[in-house]
Ligand binder design. Structure first.
Ligand SMILES: [Fe+2]
Ligand SMILES: [Fe+2]
Length: 220
């Protein structure tokens, strides 16, 4: 069973990899080369797609931070005599690995569009990590409840991007559509694993925090 030092090192390694190393997807990107239509995108469409995909990339940076922090919290014995919840930590890490595909796809798409990543990614990561740690420390039910609510909010947000992305940008749309399906499944899986329903005010604060992030990341 890993001790707290191992768990901390794992979390630090995950943070550095998310922020500074190009992620490698385990699943093929949903965008097929034969469907590439970038040559038809005008400058304004390209700029809008870049901004929206930057927001989605930040969302995936935050997903890495949340899952890593929540796994760390699950391994962190609470009080004296507390026992690490290794099964929950592994479940959270497995979900986080699927988010790595999303991180890789959005990063690759930003590169294709000639758009940059958010300059504030270390800040987004740190903020999401703190939130994940708090949710994880409350207990397994709340930790999973936090996953359910986060994934549902992300799914709704991605649905709104399907309305806003330029119709010609099939490459971005294919990525967002696949991510939306995946996030819905992540919510279902966390629900089935025994999530507790979060109080409405907590959900409201989460929506506000997400609004700040998406508004800022659209530009910076
Ligand atoms: Fe994701
Ligand atoms: Fe997800």
């Amino acid at each position: 069973m890993p001790n707290t030092t191992d768990a901390l090192l794992t979390a630090a390694d995950a943070a550095l990899r998310t922020l500074f190393v190009s992620p490698r997807a385990t699943r093929e990107c949903p965008t097929l080369p034969e469907r590439a239509t970038d040559a038809e995108l005008g400058p304004q469409e390209r700029e809008l797609s870049g901004a929206l995909m930057r927001v989605n990339h930040v969302g995936e940076v935050c997903a890495q931070a949340l899952y890593t922090a929540q796994a760390l919290a699950a391994r962190w014995p609470r009080g004296t005599g507390g026992t690490p919840n290794e099964a929950l930590a592994r479940q959270l890490e497995a979900a986080g690995r699927e988010e790595t595909d999303h991180l890789a796809w959005t990063q690759a798409r930003l590169d294709e569009l000639g758009a940059r990543r958010s300059l504030l990614n270390p800040l987004w990561y740190a903020g999401a990590f703190g939130l994940g740690l708090i949710a994880g420390r409350v207990g397994p039910g709340v930790s999973l409840g936090f996953v359910v609510e986060t994934e549902r909010q992300v799914e709704a947000h991605l649905a709104s991007h399907m309305d806003r992305l330029p119709a010609k940008d099939q490459a971005s749309r294919a990525i967002v559509a696949q991510m939306k399906d995946d996030e819905a499944r992540h919510a279902r899986e966390a629900q089935q694993a025994g999530a507790t329903e979060l109080p409405a005010p907590v959900k409201g604060v989460m929506r506000m925090a997400a609004k700040v992030m998406t508004t800022v990341a659209h530009r910076i």
